[in-house]
Design a protein. Structure first.
Length: 71
């Protein structure tokens, strides 16, 4: 088996961590820092959407409590 490819959620988390590291340096112009914060909000929104997608997929794959799985 080849190397494991990072999934979308792992990629989003890595991007957020890089942005946080850059923000912590304190060496950014106010404009760059504001743009980076906006990017973080967008990335966090994407991560939330990915988590919602995974929860819906897991919920649709599992039988509801008290129901038997068909098969």
């Amino acid at each position: 088996m080849g190397p494991r490819m990072p999934d979308q959620l792992e990629d989003l988390v890595a991007r957020l961590e890089l942005a946080a590291t850059e923000l912590r340096t304190g060496e950014l112009s106010p404009e760059r820092a504001a743009a980076l914060v906006d990017d973080c909000a967008r990335i966090a929104s994407e991560a939330g959407a990915e988590l919602d997608r995974r929860v819906r997929a897991a919920d649709s794959a599992a039988p509801a409590p008290g129901q038997l799985a068909l098969g």
